[in-house]
Design a protein around this ligand. Sequence first.
Ligand SMILES: C[S@@+](CC[C@H](N)C(=O)[O-])C[C@H]1O[C@@H](n2cnc3c(N)ncnc32)[C@H](O)[C@@H]1O
Length: 295
Amino acid sequence: MTASSPRKDFHEENRLSWNEAIKAHNSHKGDQAKFFRDGGSTLFPEEKELLGDITGLSLVHLQCNAGQDTLSLARLGAFVTGVDISDEAITFAHKLSEESGIPATFHRADVFDWLEETAKLGEQFDIVFSSYGAVCWISDLNLWAKGIADVLKPGGRFVLVDFHPVAMMFDVDWSHKFSYFSQGKPLTWEDGISDYVASSGTALTPWGYETGVENFRNPYRSHEFQWGIGDIISALLSAGLTLEVLKEYPYANGCKIFERMREAPGRRMFPPEDVPNLPLMYAIVARQRHFNTIY
Ligand SMILES: C[S@@+](CC[C@H](N)C(=O)[O-])C[C@H]1O[C@@H](n2cnc3c(N)ncnc32)[C@H](O)[C@@H]1O
C-alpha cells in the first residue's frame, strides 16, 4: 500500500461533491419519513443475513449517507449511530429520524477523525457496519482498519457489504479501463458524484421514484481510491481482526452502475448477456478477538 496518511484535502472536496449529490438523490425519494412510519426498510437480504439478530446491540454505521439504512438497522432493534462526512447527509438523517420516530444518533465527521476521537474516548460497539460504495472513499486503508478495530468491543464484528473492486475496473460501457492493482492511488472525477439514484430509478426507490432534480451536474469534483480485495483483507488482518466471512456476488444490489444491466428479482443487477459474469459485490465479516492478549 502506498498511501500512508489520509488525504484530508481530497476528503474535503468529496464532502462538497457529496453535499450536492445527496440533494439530487433525495429529490427522487419522495416522502421518506412516511415510508419509514409505514414500516419500510432500505436494507437488502445480504446485509441482514450477515448481521443476523442485532436486537439490543450497539452498532455504528460508517459512511451512513442520509441515514436510511441506519434507521432500517435501528428498526431491527440495534442502538445505532451513523457517521458521515456530508453536512447534507447528516442534516437530512437527523430530520428523517425525528419525522419517522426512529431514534438514532448521527455525527457529521470525517470517518478518520471520528474513529480516532471515539477510540480516545474509549467508546466501543458490538458492530461496525459499512456498505455499498464505502471503501472507495477511504484514502488510508491501514488507518481505517485500525480505527475500526479500536472501536469494536472484544468479540465485536465488522460487517461490510460493498461493490467489488473488480467491477471498478470497468467503465460504464463495460470496457476494461481502470487498473485493479492501484494501491489506493487517487482517481479524480472532474464531474464529481453523479445522480446515480436517477439512473437507477425504482431499483433504489422501490417505494416510488419521483422526477425531482433533472439533468444534475455536480459543480464539485470527487476523488476515489481503488483498493483490491487483498489490500482490504490484509489491512483488517493487520489491525488484529479475524476474517470470518468473505463472499462474492455476481450481481450488484440496487445500483445500475453500468449500462444495459439486467434487473433480476430482489433488485439484483446483473451484467448484460454479452458480458461474462464477474464479481460485482463482496461481503466481509471480521471479528475482534474476545479478550486482550497480555504479552
Ligand atoms: C455511496 S455512499 C454510502 C451509502 C450508504 N451505504 C447508505 O447507507 O446509503 C458513500 C458515503 O460515504 C461518505 N463519505 C465519503 N468519504 C467520507 C469520509 N472521509 N468520512 C466519512 N464519510 C465519507 C459520503 O458522504 C457518502 O454519504
